[in-house]
Design a protein. Sequence first.
Length: 398
Amino acid sequence: MRREAPLSAGDSFSLFVDEGGRLLTCGSENPVDGELVLGHAVDPDADPDDDRVIGPPTLVPSMQDRRIVSVAASAWHCLALSSEGEVYSWGQGDFGSLGHADGRARAVPSRIESLSHVESIAVGPFRTSAALDEDGRLFTWGRAAHDDKSIPSGLGYALDSHWNSQLTPKCVDALSEDRVVGVALGFGFTLAVTDAGAVFSFGYSQHGALGHGSFEAEVLPRRIEALALTGRRFVAVAAGVSHTLALTAEGELYGWGGRESNGHGRDESTPQRVTALIGQPVKHVHSGDYSSCAVTEKGELYTWGRGDFGQLGHGDDSAQQAPKRVEGLDGVKVAAAAVCFTHALVADEDGVMWAFGMRSALGLDGDPDITSQERVLYPTPIPILRRARKSPGVLPFR
């Protein structure tokens, strides 16, 4: 089943898919600094000292003849998935994160020719990318190792020690006997969930992010035994810089890794049930760098982690160790959400898009009530995207 993601948040920008499958972006970038995240061609006559700013969500011209179903954004690069199963990438090309053999940056979306029949996409903060095809095969590409080349970055295979990049998508053969249905990328590590409900992890294990009870890196995928011992079938995973979340078919949420966003307020090297959400079955989970969010079966949004820019939606910039319900969305039935280091985006079941956090990335310019604010601390609807993409069908994790 294709997992559709109609919104995604990068540090300084946002991506959206509207009801017609059109790709829209807003926020800011500085092409001189290598920031090419908005997907629009660069004006050669523009002042190189100025950031390029797109206020309200704006159509990406080169993609107007494509029907997009999913988007994925990191601070540095982006992916978009079409209804035909084609993957497009743009942004910085460092370490091969865009999946093109030349390793170069792209200002506008460019199709990754070696991928087809793709069902799901993901990007990570370590210049890595991933895709799942209709046969359940996992492909990864991008940065292959930390500066210390003895530490793998979560691609799921070993490269020659002379190389620090995988420029084009490569199948993770170690999982070829399994049908992968979900993937999440953290800072140098990867989580994969199979149709049998097993969760595998590999890469760098900062703060125990791999869930194996140690801080040892893993080059190849290794099943997380602590999750297997629960007897539960897992259906989705999410990851940040050093924390990980996994969701069961029953809506139970487990977290581990770094304390800021794993839901426990303490480092955990093995998965533990997130107690704050016991009795609140979860249907969708997402993580940014240091923040996380979960949507319950009742359509309520819970957020936790760092809140420096108001990205938790609780009316302040305080950190939140345990999941807390976003009261500003009372009466709204949430379908899906995405959070990053600076802001969060929400889609409700009526197709309305909401946003909070760093204002310049939210697409709210022009609203006289918030234009002068640097941070939007409460959920605010994005006027131009009201009824943008209706669910059901948004991020169908079940």
